[in-house]
Ligand binder design. Structure first.
Ligand SMILES: [Zn+2]
Length: 129
């Protein structure tokens, strides 16, 4: 059956080496200092700046929610409303996009639509292989 076809090779996510981790932590420290300076002691402004950065950096990795919603609808149609993982009917409302290679983002070629619980099972399996 179509949903039992083997997946393409999945690349593991890159882990930072010790130098890269040091650079990332330095960058994070700089950003935190800049946020603190920009907020000038206003905790609500610090919160708002922090939320803005988190939101925008999340979009850099995951795309905007409207784009993902359109992709989910497209995949749902392509998969005839069924979960690629278990083959059962898949209510669009409870579906999640699973990226084959996280770094390749949310594209039609790089994603499969699955139940939330099937997504969690896949993620757990990836961690133990
Ligand atoms: Zn499923």
């Amino acid at each position: 059956m179509w949903w039992t076809e083997p997946c393409a090779a999945v690349m593991p996510n890159k882990n930072l080496n010790s130098d890269e981790l040091k650079h990332a932590n330095e960058l994070l420290k700089d950003i935190r200092e800049r946020l603190t300076n920009l907020a000038a002691g206003d905790p609500l402004l610090l919160f708002a700046y922090r939320r803005k950065l988190v939101k925008e950096l999340g979009y850099d990795e995951r795309g905007k929610p409207t784009t993902r919603a359109l992709l989910k609808a497209l995949k749902w149609g392509q998969q005839n409303g069924r979960c690629v993982h278990c083959g059962d009917e898949l209510p669009l409302k409870y579906s999640e996009l699973d990226r084959k290679n996280a770094v390749d983002g949310y594209t039609a070629e790089n994603t499969e639509l699955v139940h939330a619980q099937c997504h969690h099972a896949r993620q757990a399996a990836k961690r133990y292989t």
